[in-house]
Design a protein around this ligand. Structure first.
Ligand SMILES: NC(=O)c1ccc[n+]([C@@H]2O[C@H](COP(=O)([O-])OP(=O)(O)OC[C@H]3O[C@@H](n4cnc5c(N)ncnc54)[C@H](O)[C@@H]3O)[C@@H](O)[C@H]2O)c1
Length: 168
């Protein structure tokens, strides 16, 4: 079912080439949003969306979210393409420490894996929020919704239920 709230919204989807990000990009486009797929590499999802909804429905921006200057440039490029930024969904992330069934324990995990995971999943997501928020606060709020709220934008961050698990 299309969601009317997404119609004509400009949405960045990080990690949009795969998994949750890809599914969200397709769902948003099906509801009339214009999506900026952000990832290390394109998987062709933006072409798939354009074929279905037209040339203006999607674009791809290559960006490694571990680089602050690349994120700043990516948000600028997205705004140039869309005219504003209504939504950012942060799905870019890595799961390097094993599968759910075989998580590394602290005493057996390489420090490099810990560092890389936090650099992408926490620092990268925080930086994407930072530059999206700068743009959202600078732009005019949207027209009021049925509850009279005039939002400047929405930020959605993916997390994991594993964050609530204290033992395996
Ligand atoms: N799928 C699940 O059930 C689930 C459950 C809990 C949490 N998560 C978390 O949600 C996020 C998305 O999960 P998913 O299943 O869609 O994963 P996925 O691996 O399918 O997609 C993640 C995407 O992020 C991109 N990415 C990785 N590092 C990046 C970087 N430095 N810069 C830009 N893009 C980068 C990858 O290229 C990939 O396309 C991950 O952080 C994952 O750990 C997923």
């Amino acid at each position: 079912m299309p969601d009317e709230r997404l119609k004509d919204r400009i949405a960045i989807i990080t990690g949009g080439s795969s998994g949750l990000g890809k599914a969200t990009a397709i769902k948003f486009a099906n509801s009339g949003a214009r999506v900026i797929i952000v990832d290390l590499q394109s998987s062709g999802v933006e072409e798939q969306i354009k074929q279905q909804h037209g040339e203006a429905a999607a674009t791809f921006v290559s960006c490694d979210i571990t680089h602050e200057t690349a994120i700043e440039a990516m948000v600028k490029e997205a705004v140039q393409w869309g005219g504003r930024l209504d939504i950012i969904c942060n799905y870019a992330g890595v799961c390097l420490e094993g599968t759910l069934a075989a998580m590394h324990r602290v005493d057996s995990m390489e420090t490099e894996i810990f560092d890389r995971t936090l650099t992408v999943n926490v620092r990268g997501t925080w930086l994407c929020c930072k530059y999206a928020l700068k743009q959202m606060l600078a732009q005019e709020p949207l027209e009021a919704n049925a509850r009279g709220e005039r939002a400047r934008g929405w930020i959605v961050n993916a997390a994991s239920v594993t964050g609530y698990v204290d033992r395996f």
